[in-house]
Design a protein around this ligand. Structure first.
Ligand SMILES: [Zn+2]
Length: 212
């Protein structure tokens, strides 16, 4: 087994950040992405604060410790680093976190209504409907803890009047969950244009294993 390659991980975080813009999930400096670095010490790579993705290079991705202190990097970490760290504390199964501000997921956050588990492609990633975390300032650990209470054991949560956060076993999975949620949010909007009661799947009874 090869040693974990920090540079490769930085490049991957940047690639997914750029993809989040291509997919219309983020604009300008919106959103942030992090991963848990494998190893004995608790270390995390996270996008820096206030830097546009298309002007970012892999070296701009910041290495932080469990308190959010910079271990390696020339920038401050994202202002929501404490939310990421709270999530990693609460969810040992999470090895990557993707925060975006996608328009269709945000529609439901603004309305204050969960994104229901209507699409099988979403529920296999999210493990159920996507709940809504009420609006609050998101630059502190208390927000992260409250958000984890709302998210429970599922893999996605909408932040009302703000955006979406997903967790995954790796970055690819967390990103795919984000895309699946945004797609389902769009379908739900269309479905609700014609009915108040779209058909909702019951994730627990679908019989999917935890492993994708
Ligand atoms: Zn945000």
């Amino acid at each position: 087994m090869t040693a974990f390659d920090l540079d490769q991980a930085r490049a991957s975080i940047l690639a997914y950040s750029l993809r989040s813009m291509e997919y219309g999930l983020n604009f300008n400096t919106q959103g942030n992405i992090s991963i848990r670095v494998p190893g004995e010490q608790e270390r995390f790579l996270i996008t820096p604060t206030d830097l546009e993705y298309d002007r970012m290079s892999p070296e701009d991705i910041v290495l932080v410790d469990a308190r959010g202190e910079v271990v390696e990097g020339r920038h401050e970490p994202s202002s929501e680093v404490t939310v990421h760290l709270a999530t990693y504390r609460r969810r040992p199964d999470a090895h990557a976190i993707v925060h975006t501000e996608p328009p269709y997921a945000n529609v439901w956050g603004v309305i204050g209504e969960p994104i229901r588990g209507t699409l099988v492609n979403m529920v296999i990633y999210t493990k159920g409907e996507v709940p809504i975390m009420p609006f609050a300032q998101s630059n502190n650990a208390a927000f992260g803890d409250a958000m984890c209470d709302v998210m429970g054991d599922t893999n996605a949560v909408v932040w009302a009047n703000h955006g979406l956060l997903t967790v995954g076993a790796d970055l690819r999975q967390a990103f795919k969950t984000t895309v699946a949620v945004e797609s389902a949010a769009k379908v739900q909007l269309g479905a609700r244009a014609v009915t108040d009661s779209p058909i909702v799947l019951d994730y627990a009874s679908l019989g999917f294993s935890d492993a994708l």
